[in-house]
Structure formats: C-alpha cells, structure tokens
Design a protein around this ligand. Structure first.
Ligand code: NI
Length: 271
C-alpha cells in the first residue's frame, strides 16, 4: 500500500439538528431519510478517497476488501465490492461534516450521549451496469448473538441513489421484530453477503435519495438494495454507530455465522 497525499478536507461548516418528528418517525418505522447531511464540496472530496480505495482493492487492513456477492477467491470483476473501516487508512474521514452530523443524528435516534457511541465506516460500491443486488437482510444478522446491541446505521450515497442504481428499500416497522434466520447469498458460505430466509417485504418502501443526503436504519430493519442497471456507479458510504454491546442472557444460534467463518478462514486470496 503506497502513501498518498489526499487533497485537504474542505473546511465546510454545515450542521443539522435532529427534530422531535424525526426521532418519533424513526422509533415507529425503524428508518429515516434526511435531505442533506453534508456539502457538495465534501461529497466531492469523499469521492476522491473512495475511488482511491476501490482502485487499490487492498482494503485498509488485511481482509478489509472483498466482494459481498461472490466467493472470496473469485477472479474477475467484482459485483458488490466493499471496504471496511476506511478511517483506519485515512483518519481524515473521522473529521467530516457527514460524520459529525450523522453522529448527532444517531445520538438523538438512540437517545444517548454522543460520547458513548463507537463508530466504524463501511463503503459499498455498486459498479455501473453490473452492481449486484443486496438481498433482503438485517444488519444484526452479521453480528454474534452472544451480545445485545443498541445501534443505528447511517448511509450516504456519493452518487444519486435511484431505484435503478440501487437505493435502499425498507420494511417499515420490521425493526420491532426478531433477528430472522439468514443464509449466505446463493447458499454459498464463501459468499459474505447474507439474505433473510423468510422476510415479509409486502409493505416495503423504496427510498431514493440524492448524493449528500442520507438514510438511517435500525440494525433489525429488513432492508434491500437493487442491482445497478445504470451507466453510473453507485458509491455509498455507511457508518455504524453503536453502544458497547452487552452480553446476552439468551444466545440464539446463528449457524450462518459459523459457516461463514470457516469459509473465511479457508480463503486463499487475502487482500
Ligand atoms: Ni445492511
């Protein structure tokens, strides 16, 4: 991995203040859309960082880059590549207007002080014309069940996210249900991405948003993003805000995690 001089982070000042209506909407529905969370200048700067990370295909630590929709050792074009914790490589990402506003919003939605929130970033790319769908899933299905979690995810596209390019879809109120049983995409544990076995999505809503807007969702929210059928890549930069997990009294089996861990340990390509 080479050292790179990034352009300086634009010195923009832009603050959003959560409203009582937004907090109430999130509590009832499990998701929220905000029309703008950062400036155009910062979206442009983030695009530079983003493109660099995906061109390198190296991740920010070993194992931090892989395709969510194909086996770990697959050759050829990635369909749903992602970079975990990009802030480890570029600490400037911790200083963005986006992150400051998302943290303020997450703290209001969770009803906790900003200072108790841990955060990590996650960049997910749907390449133009071949970006794979993100099947219906709950984020908490990726986490072990020996702890319980209070968390909220922020999701900001760097390109306009339409139904055709892969905006998020939500099932309002589904955050109030349990963590569903999941399986790996294509029933192949060497594919990282998960799909809920039996999600009722009849009341789903698509939430198209422009670059620089954001959605927030609960870790039990059942959500989806379609394939990217457009000529424009769909770059999304998510951040998960979480309180320190608390050990669970009841541990539910999540066999897909054990299957996935074995496949992860057996992979031969490690970036
Ligand atoms: Ni998700």
């Amino acid at each position: 991995m080479t050292d790179v001089d990034l352009p300086p982070l634009p010195p923009a000042r832009f603050d959003i203040e959560p409203t009582a209506e937004q907090v109430a909407f999130f509590a009832e529905n499990g998701y929220l859309s905000v029309p703008r969370i950062t400036t155009d200048e910062e979206v442009e700067w983030l695009g530079v960082v983003y493109d660099l990370l995906f061109e390198e295909k190296s991740g920010t630590f070993k194992g931090g880059y892989f395709d969510l929709a194909r086996p770990y050792d697959a050759e050829g074009d990635d369909l749903l590549p992602q970079v975990l914790a990009p802030e480890h490589r570029f600490p400037q990402l911790r200083e963005t207007v986006y992150l400051r506003n998302a943290r303020r919003m997450a703290s209001a939605l969770l009803g906790v002080d900003e200072a108790v929130l841990h955060v990590w970033g996650h960049m997910i790319l749907k390449p133009a014309r071949r970006g794979h769908e993100t099947p219906w899933h709950q984020d908490e299905a990726y986490w072990t069940s020996d702890h319980s979690y209070a968390a909220v995810g922020a999701w900001m596209p760097l390109d306009d996210a339409s139904i055709e390019s892969g905006c998020l879809h939500f099932v309002p109120g589904s955050h109030l249900g349990p963590v569903l049983s999941h399986h790996h995409i294509g029933h192949d544990p060497s594919v990282h991405g998960l799909e809920a076995d039996d999600a009722d999505t009849t009341s789903e809503v698509a939430v198209p948003i422009p670059a620089g807007a954001a959605t927030f969702h609960h870790p039990r929210m059942i959500h989806y993003a379609g394939p990217n059928t457009t000529a424009q890549q769909r770059r999304a930069y998510a951040n998960e805000f979480q309180l320190a997990p608390v050990p669970s009294e009841v541990v539910n089996e999540r066999p897909w995690l054990d299957e996935g861990r074995k496949a992860w340990d057996a992979r031969t390509i490690t970036r």
